[in-house]
Ligand binder design. Structure first.
Ligand code: ADP
Length: 336
């Protein structure tokens, strides 16, 4: 598809360049031939003056007319050669430029297609499980109330999971579209971290994970909801990927023109091969290690990255396998 579009664009570039070049050639040809004709007439007039006949505009004699014809033809051939060369150069340059112009569009489209394919795949799996369990329950004529309730409970879990996925997808696409609907206001980072912590407190307690927060009151221009989501994802991951009785340490401070937040855990860690991919959409490290046991769709860190970028900040991660992971976020205090 893009090959065709590239060729089409090249043809359009060439048509435009050749039209301009052709127009110039006509003007040049006319100008040069007019000049030549007037010169030949001048020669004729000059000769006439030498023989004491009164100077007056003459018809060009056959001898000069032949010269004029040859010269005109040479000019024409030269212009044709020049136009040919321009056509060759403009085709090559046009093809190169068309490729450059279409590259970002091609990449965006490819990314979108991959995203749609991944999203459909992730949606299809729980839907298939849901359908299968409902069908099995419906076929069982002697199903007991307790069994039916178990099926419904499991279905509800699948629906919840689908709900999370669709919400994450909506959030991610919203963040990817830019910051049109974000509201930047003065936000206290310590408060936002605390409110994110409240949401994962139960899970941390369940796993007996100690979460320590050392956050000074640091204000920055940010979208409160987006920032809360960012810390919620990081804290949730830290707890999710840390085995029981581990610790999670969150520190926040402002320094010069930035707010720095560090989320450090004593969890399973990420190896060097995978660490470079964790911010990609739907990327989950080693399925046997996490995907089957720990819930998630691999969208959290993509959202984190988008949110950080919308706040003109940066995020870094360091990790040692089986020792722990540290995410460091740096966001400018002033957004504009
Ligand atoms: P999800 O947690 O839903 O799988 P994320 O995008 O949040 O998706 O994370 C991508 C992957 O990065 C996770 O699947 C996990 O393997 C890895 N990861 C993220 N945070 C941590 C962490 N704190 N410790 C270890 N691995 C992590």
């Amino acid at each position: 598809m893009f090959k065709k579009a590239r060729v089409k664009l090249t043809v359009w570039y060439c048509i435009i360049i050749m039209l301009i070049s052709g127009l110039f050639s006509v003007v040049i040809y006319r100008g040069v031939t007019a000049e030549l004709e007037s010169r030949f007439r001048f020669i004729e007039v000059g000769l006439g003056t030498r023989g004491f006949t009164p100077p007056q505009p003459q018809k060009i004699p056959p001898f000069f007319e032949e010269h004029l014809r040859v010269t005109k033809r040479r000019v024409l051939i030269m212009l044709l050669y020049i136009n040919g060369a321009i056509l060759v150069v403009s085709t090559a340059a046009g093809y190169f430029l068309a490729g450059k112009t279409l590259k970002p569009i091609e990449e965006t489209l490819e990314q979108q297609n991959r995203f749609i394919a991944d999203a459909s795949h992730e949606l299809r799996t729980p839907l298939a499980a849901l359908k299968a369990s409902i069908e099995v329950a419906l076929r069982d004529k002697k199903i007991k109330k307790k069994e039916a309730l178990d099926v419904l409970e499991s279905n509800l879990e699948d629906v919840d999971s689908l709900n999370t996925l669709t919400n994450d997808l909506l959030c991610l696409s919203r963040y990817e579209q830019g910051h049109n609907d974000l509201i930047f206001e003065q936000v206290n980072v310590a408060e936002v971290i605390e409110s994110a912590y409240k949401k994962i407190k139960a899970l941390a307690k369940k796993k007996d994970i100690k979460v320590e927060i050392i956050a000074e009151d640091a204000y920055l221009e940010a979208d409160k909801e987006a920032l809360r989501k960012l810390f919620l994802i990081l804290l949730d991951n830290a707890v999710k990927y840390t085995p029981v009785k581990g610790t999670v340490l969150v520190t926040a401070k402002s320094e010069k023109k930035y707010v720095f937040v560090e989320v450090k855990d004593t969890g399973i860690g990420i190896d060097q091969e995978n660490i470079q991919h964790i911010f990609e959409r739907f990327y989950r490290v080693d399925q046997s290690r996490s995907k089957t046991n720990i819930p998630g769709f691999g969208l959290g860190l993509s959202m984190v990255k988008e949110i950080v970028e919308l706040h003109r900040g940066s995020i870094n991660v360091t990790s040692i396998l089986n020792k722990g992971t540290t995410f460091i976020i740096e966001i400018p205090i002033k957004h504009s």
